[in-house]
Design a protein around this ligand. Sequence first.
Ligand code: SF4
Ligand code: SF4
Length: 387
Amino acid sequence: MANNIIETDSDLIKDITKLGGGSLKKCFQCATCSVVCNLSSDDRPFPRKEMIWAQWGLKDKLLSDPDVWRCYQCGDCSVYCPRGAKPAEVMGAIRNYSFKNYAFPKFMGKALSSPKYLPLLFAVPVILFFLVLQYMGALSSVPTGSIAFTRFDNYVDVIFVLLSVLVLLAMAKGVLEFWKNMDQNNTHGTAYGSAGIYNSILLAVQEVLTHKNFKKCDANNIRYTGHLGIFYGFIALFIVTAIVFIGDRVFHMSLPMGQVNPVKILANLGAFALIVGCSIAFYNRLGRKDKAGESYYYDWLFLSVLFLIGATGLLTEIIRLSGYAAAAYWSYFIHLTFVFFLIGYFPYSKFAHLIYRFVAIIYSKYAGMSEPAEDSVSERIEEKSVA
Ligand code: SF4
Ligand code: SF4
């Protein structure tokens, strides 16, 4: 990415249109969107600048813009846009475009961007797990004795550990490139670096955990509730997986856990929060299009996989407790397939927004970018109309 030469990409509008930002050409730069956005700051207002960068084909500017990730797609700007240019959707499409661009290897970015590759993407874990079952001789007859998923652990753990290493490497490459681009393409003010990197990370963690800025959404604040459920549900399940993996491998803990075991309770609560959060998100996207805006393939894929992980996890537990061995093992198989999909394709799907947004927030603190104004949309509109 060059520092001084501004390069344009003639295919950018076409690409962003395909990824959900087809309305961007309607923008006539009135700036209403930046005024009403509760998260926009005075020194770096968005999303107006992103709209014009996208229209002009300024790919490098968009790919290095932390503000693209400071947007929570609340939809306030789309509600107020007088031209129907849907800036909220365009910001979402730019993020989708970023997943594709920072993908390593590149073909994975392409594979996750279109439904035509979906069967192939699911075929990978299905074939892999079938091979494991075949190798264990579990395809011809259902394992006898009490239902215990731990009998597959040796193989399943190897698959997931290897997968996690590959995913971490791919994600690290994307993140390093993103940071480098942000650092090269953004003007550094006097506050650059003064917050210190550790302090910036701490502040970003605080912001993400409290969803402080997400709360500021006006038109579509139900999205905040759904996101909270998904976020904490996922964190709970992640903690449970780590405890079970270490407990099983290092401390040889007895599995399956009893229903009143605190870790089990946390797992059930996590799955429940995930299902409720996803259901709110589905309702919002399907039933409140006027406020939530249009949803696209990246949104549906991500939400559906998360929902199915929660649902198949709970279903597997219920079937196991009811003692139907064959159904329990197949349900576990399906559950693992979705888990593989989520983890294995993490850097290329909408799931990666978790990391890119976190990194963009760290960068904005580190670079001393100003925080969003504290006044509300209505106050700002009033101010503007008085002026
Ligand atoms: S409000 Fe709409 S038309 Fe005005 S700058 Fe924003 S996107 Fe463009
Ligand atoms: S969707 Fe919400 S957060 Fe994003 S730019 Fe529009 S108003 Fe701001």
